[in-house]
Design a protein around this ligand. Sequence first.
Ligand SMILES: [Zn+2]
Length: 187
Amino acid sequence: MRANLSRMASQSTTAYEIRFSALKNGFHYYDYALDQAFFMQFPESLITQAFINVRLCLERKTREMVLDFRFGGSIQGVCDRCLTELDHPVEGDTRLLVKIEDEPIENTDQIWYVSTTAWSFQLAEYLYESASLLLPLRFVCRADQQLACDERLSSWMSHATNSIAYTPEVVEQTDPRWEKLKQLKIN
Ligand SMILES: [Zn+2]
């Protein structure tokens, strides 16, 4: 989960920038809304339609910052079984520690290092990757919608079965080789 801004459109990055050099010690709060436009900035994103609110509580200390994120909202997808469009509710919490060092070392997923001479860091990539972890492994209708899901699935299945059964008949009637084969079998 390392910041990689090269994949992002540059005009939108300022919205997710934390200018920490101007922050006094203590708590600071930020709100973000991750929607379709946000996820479109990441071409590899598995999330396309979503609306996720993020509340960030940042505690500024002299040599470090503790960032607590709360994610809540929904991701849209289609049911794996019946192909109905679904809103999948999501929520989650993450914590990021940002340490201010004279000689920063390589970031990890949970700890970032920024230089004492730096004045800001960028959260867009972090928000994207954290939201991506909320994506369910499977989209399926909820338990209370399961009956309708089963009905849609079985109606879809019976259509599929009918069309498969119909195809060989057409081949038999139109391809003269089938007639010859039939005669061979009879003889
Ligand atoms: Zn379904």
